[in-house]
Design a protein around this ligand. Sequence first.
Ligand SMILES: [Fe+2]
Length: 253
Amino acid sequence: MTTGHTCAVAGIAARFLQLRQRTLELCAGLSAEDLQLQSMPDASPGKWHLAHTSWFFEQFVLGRDPAYRPRDPAWHYLFNSYYQSVGPMHARPQRGLLSRPSLDEVRDYRRRIDDAVAELLDRGDDAEAPGLVELGLQHEQQHQELLLTDIKHAFWCNPLQPAYRAPIAAPADAKAVPLQFVAGREGIAEIGHRGEGFAFDNETPRHRTLLQPHALANRLVTNAEYLAFVREGGYREPGLWLSDGWATLQREG
Ligand SMILES: [Fe+2]
């Protein structure tokens, strides 16, 4: 093993522990009840996210070793999300019904997986492991985003309006810059991943595409602008909506 390789492996080992810890930090203010909630079929309980991201490392990193013994073989069915190639899975809309395993058991599962992956990276005898762990960390970060969107939706469903965390006061001088539309580039452009860093397979191969004339705003829409849109009848004018959005509006009032 070269020195450069050793450094790269040490780097991924440190990032592994740091990003796995970050997921737990995102749950720090949440109770076991909060982490059990599934507010709609498209969302998942926080506990499921904690388990599924661990399962990913168990399935795609640790499980490559024929001698590896999973924490509980039955959990594979619960925490596989949609990887048909590795077997059937529990129905997503029913993830909120999984009161077992408990949150404590899932936390214990995470620790076991963390220890086993850290040990694998430390041994340094599996050349494919660092790349697979990197994939697992990108997956972990996707689920960190999902965990936040899902718990925020779950809290939104509660008439008590619990907050995920205390609001950060906007600075007194918060003022949006004037809205402008900035013309984008036209013509043939190259898109897709370039270079040596991590990319998902759907970001490759790099290829050419035709950019039509277009313009983008120089900033996000403000709440004040959105309120003005509502007050000026934006929700009564079908011409401003795509058909799916308009149908949802009619259906849900
Ligand atoms: Fe996933």
